[in-house]
Design a binder for this molecule. Structure first.
Ligand SMILES: [Zn+2]
Length: 204
C-alpha cells in the first residue's frame, strides 16, 4: 500500500470524481486509513460545494455544522487558560486555491480575484477568503477548532503600511477592512490565552 499522502490536487480530483478507476481506488484506500487526508478530503468536498453553490452568503450551513462538530469533539480537552501565559501557534498553509490543480482552479474562475486558503495550527484551522478590488484587498475567514466558550476573540492584520483589526463573531467568523496590496502578518487572539499567527500573507 502507498502510505504517502496524496497531493492536494489529487484529493481535489477525488472529491470531484475526476480520477480514473485505479487512481480513485488507490487514493480512496489511503484516505480511509489516514485521518489527515480524510479530513482534507472532507474539507475539499465542502469547499467545492461552497464554490458551486455559494455566492458569498453569510455562514453556509455546512460550515456551521462543521464548526459545531469540531467544537463538540474537542470540548473535553479544552485549552488551559492562564492570565500570564499566551500559548502561541503558527498557522501552516495547507491549501491555496491559487496554487491548486487547474481543474480545481477553474471552479474559482468565475470570480478570479477571490482566493481560498486553509491554514492548520493544530488543533485549530483557519479558513480565509481573500479578494482584491480597486479599493484594496479584503480578508474574511473563520477559526475552527476546540475553542469551547470564548469570551473574546479578535484578529489583526499587520503590514508595512496598514494595520487593521476585527472582532470574531460567535461563530468565530471575521471580516477585516480593506488594506493596500502587500505582505501581511495575521494574528488571531483568543481570550488573551492563545495567539495563532500566520506569518506571511500576500494580498492583492
Ligand atoms: Zn494521508
Amino acid at each position: 500500500m502507498d502510505t504517502r499522502h496524496p497531493p492536494f490536487h489529487r484529493l481535489a480530483d477525488l472529491a470531484e470524481s475526476k480520477l480514473g478507476e485505479a487512481d480513485r481506488a488507490m487514493a480512496q484506500q489511503h484516505v480511509s486509513d489516514c485521518a489527515r487526508c480524510s479530513r482534507d478530503l472532507e474539507w475539499l468536498s465542502h469547499m467545492i460545494e461552497l464554490m458551486r453553490t455559494d455566492r458569498t452568503e453569510a455562514a453556509p450551513e455546512h460550515v456551521i455544522l462543521r464548526a459545531v462538530r469540531l467544537f463538540s469533539q474537542h470540548q473535553a480537552g479544552a485549552q488551559p487558560k492562564s492570565a500570564d501565559m499566551v500559548h502561541r501557534l503558527i498557522g501552516v498553509l495547507r491549501f491555496d486555491s491559487a496554487a491548486a490543480a487547474p481543474a480545481f482552479g477553474l471552479r474559482v474562475g468565475a470570480d478570479e480575484a477571490t482566493r481560498q486558503l486553509l491554514f492548520a495550527a493544530e488543533p485549530y484551522e483557519i479558513e480565509l477568503r481573500t479578494s482584491s478590488a480597486a479599493d484594496g484587498a479584503t480578508v474574511v475567514g473563520q477559526l475552527l477548532g476546540p475553542a469551547g466558550p470564548v469570551d473574546s476573540a479578535d484578529v489583526e492584520l499587520v503590514g508595512a503600511d496598514a494595520r487593521v483589526q476585527a472582532r470574531l463573531s460567535d461563530l468565530l467568523e471575521f471580516s477585516l477592512p480593506a488594506v493596500p496590496p502587500g505582505t501581511y502578518r495575521l494574528e488571531l487572539r483568543l481570550d488573551q490565552a492563545i495567539a495563532i499567527e500566520i506569518p506571511s500573507l500576500h494580498l492583492g
